[in-house]
Design a protein. Structure first.
Length: 130
């Protein structure tokens, strides 16, 4: 149990650092935009990486349980930001930006799912399922 907690904690810390670094970079590059590109980019990239890793697990059987715990629960759990997604969507709604809020929420979900699917398909996983 302690080992699992350490794997999740270290992975989560590294994921949070990566999220902070990428999110800060994207935020700096899109400072004048009303759309929350920072969280959007992190969520879509996180879903794509999750798809790649899930493809490895499904197709190649190369990641053991501890590695999956570290990568999925820890690293990607610390990296992806759907709680921030909710805050950004509500902020857009509260500012009366209904169209942007809809585009943001819909785009995040659709592109996130599409990115996950693309990551899995890129590695040949999920063949015959879509």
């Amino acid at each position: 149990m302690l080992k699992a907690l350490m794997l999740v904690g270290v992975g989560g810390g590294l994921g949070a650092i990566a999220r902070y670094a990428l999110g800060g970079l994207v935020l700096h590059l899109s400072l004048q935009q009303r759309f929350p590109w920072s969280t959007f980019a992190v969520n879509v990239l996180g879903c794509f990486v999750a798809g790649l890793l899930a493809g490895l697990v499904e197709r190649q059987h190369v990641l053991g349980p501890e590695t999956r715990l570290f990568l999925f629960t820890g690293l990607l759990g610390g990296f992806t930001t759907f709680s921030a997604f909710g805050l950004d969507a509500v902020a857009l709604l509260r500012r009366g930006e209904l169209l942007l809020a809809g585009l943001y929420a819909g785009g995040s979900v659709l592109l996130g799912v599409a990115a996950l699917w693309a990551g899995m398909r890129l590695l040949g996983a999920g063949a015959g399922q879509g």
